[in-house]
Design a protein around this ligand. Structure first.
Ligand code: ATP
Length: 324
């Protein structure tokens, strides 16, 4: 895929973090991760358990963290080599919604001020009545209105309403890419589907692509077009979500899905239990496949040599099981 067909191209991105007493030794929180999103809108789900590198990847895309190796191209431009005018453009094009909407808004400020600020400072909309119109239009898109929101502070809204307002704030600049970091995990189950439906509308009607980060395999299936599975910084599997759910290739993906899919996946019985505190760093430091210590199929080679990326019917998996 060349750059003109590509919205986002993450190319061999590696992020090192320090560990140990002085933090002088390094582990790879992201290890040579490559991922491409096409220009056509899609919802790409990034799934993985705590510590798999999901937030690190999002922070890199948001330019909050700089990778140690690799590049990130947005519409062909290296996001870490942008001029200040390009950075402003990038902030309009790429917006984010976070897990806890109550952390997004200071309870002492009316929430509408945040929307106003985005229009004033990011988009330079100087006319106050134009700002009101844009705010009302965008709030209506998420099922609210300026009338319902005006003058109120965050503590006067439910979590679901506040998450809608966060999404509206992110949509004001008509972004082409929305990063949604666990946007429904703090909400009651009954409200989750409303927010997920808004994300689907954003893709369908505004033609905005979405990276949806989650632990939750069920909401992933509900919204996602493609899924990327991260394990200890390795992208272990990537593909269309229905194909991956119907036939997970990587033993870790099989394990993730076995908690929700019945009845044939018996891998849970075979996988070694995880003792998080001791095993996490050991896994990050493994030379070979990071899942080897838990994998029922692991051989000596899995511990020693990183598996190559194998392409199978429009999907990609990193596992020695598929190397013929
Ligand atoms: N600034 C940092 N310094 C050192 N280690 C870090 C730093 N940020 C993250 N890590 C470590 O990097 C690994 C990946 O963390 P990351 O937050 O990206 O995972 P995650 O998949 O987003 O987890 P969660 O779902 O809990 O948010 C973890 O082991 C984490 O402890």
């Amino acid at each position: 895929m060349n750059n003109t067909d590509t919205l986002l191209h993450i190319n061999n991105v590696t992020k090192l973090f320090g560990y140990g007493l002085l933090g002088l030794r390094k582990f790879r929180a992201l290890n040579n991760v490559s991922l491409t999103m096409p220009i056509e809108p899609e919802i790409l789900v990034i799934v993985g358990e705590t510590g798999s590198g999901k937030s690190t990847l999002l922070k890199i895309i948001l330019r909050m963290l700089v990778p140690d190796y690799g590049t990130v191209l947005y519409k062909g431009k290296n996001i870490f080599k942008m001029k200040s005018s390009e950075v402003r453009w990038y902030r309009q094009e790429v917006q984010a919604v976070f897990q806890d909407p109550f952390e997004t808004f200071n309870p002492l400020r009316p929430v509408v001020d945040y929307l106003n600020d985005t229009l004033k400072y990011l988009l330079k909309v100087r006319n106050a009545s134009e700002r009101k119109t844009l705010i009302d239009q965008t709030l209506r898109f998420v099922g609210l209105s300026l009338e319902k929101v005006d003058g109120k502070r965050s503590n006067e809204f439910s979590g679901g309403e506040l998450q809608r307002i966060s999404i509206a704030r992110a949509l004001l600049s008509r972004p082409k890419l929305l990063l949604a970091d666990e946007p429904v995990s703090m909400l009651d189950a009954s409200l989750r589907v409303d927010i997920l439906n808004i994300l689907k509308d954003v893709k369908e009607n505004l033609k905005t692509s979405i990276i949806y980060v989650t632990h939750d395999i069920l909401t992933a299936y509900y919204v996602g077009d493609r899924i990327a599975v991260l394990y200890r910084g390795d992208l272990v599997e990537l593909g269309p979500i229905t194909k991956v759910y119907n036939e997970p290739l990587h033993p870790y993906t099989q394990l993730l899905l076995s908690s929700v899919l019945e009845p044939s996946l018996d891998i849970r019985k075979k996988v070694k239990p995880l003792k998080r505190s001791t095993i996490e760093l050991k896994e990050f430091l493994l030379q070979g496949c990071k899942f080897a210590m838990r994998c029922p199929y692991a051989t000596k080679k899995c511990y020693e040599t990183p598996p190559p990326e194998i392409k199978i019917n429009g999907r990609a998996v990193r596992c020695w099981l598929y190397v013929t």
